[in-house]
Design a protein around this ligand. Structure first.
Ligand code: FES
Length: 106
């Protein structure tokens, strides 16, 4: 299992054990972490599963695809390191990852 910490906008942190192969979004939802809405269920269509990835983790979490970038434009959010958590695949390389969440997904 991979340890991921999700931090709400108010600083509340939730550490979850996530199975490799799942998405970061599934890791949050399946562990009842608040702050990830994921309206479209992980289809890269709603932009309500946004997280902010700190600079040190941007290489292991990978680059957003063109489709992900387009979906993120739905939401008025220019925070650095923003990603859709449904598009980040959890691997052992992400053990210890900390991501932050916006005050609202809408
Ligand atoms: Fe809808 Fe990620 S769950 S874009």
């Amino acid at each position: 299992m991979v340890k991921i910490t999700y931090v709400e906008a108010d600083g509340a942190a939730h550490t979850a054990e996530v199975k490799p192969g799942c998405s970061l979004m599934q890791g949050a939802v399946w562990n009842s972490v608040p702050g990830i809405v994921a309206e479209c269920g992980g289809n890269c269509a709603c932009g309500t599963c946004r997280v902010y990835v700190e600079e040190a983790w941007r290489v292991p979490t990978g680059q957003a695809s063109d489709m992900e970038e387009a979906t993120m434009e739905i939401r008025d959010d220019d925070h650095p390191g923003k990603r859709l958590s449904c598009q980040i695949r959890v691997t052992e390389a992400l053990d210890g990852l900390v991501v932050r969440m916006p005050p609202s997904q809408f």
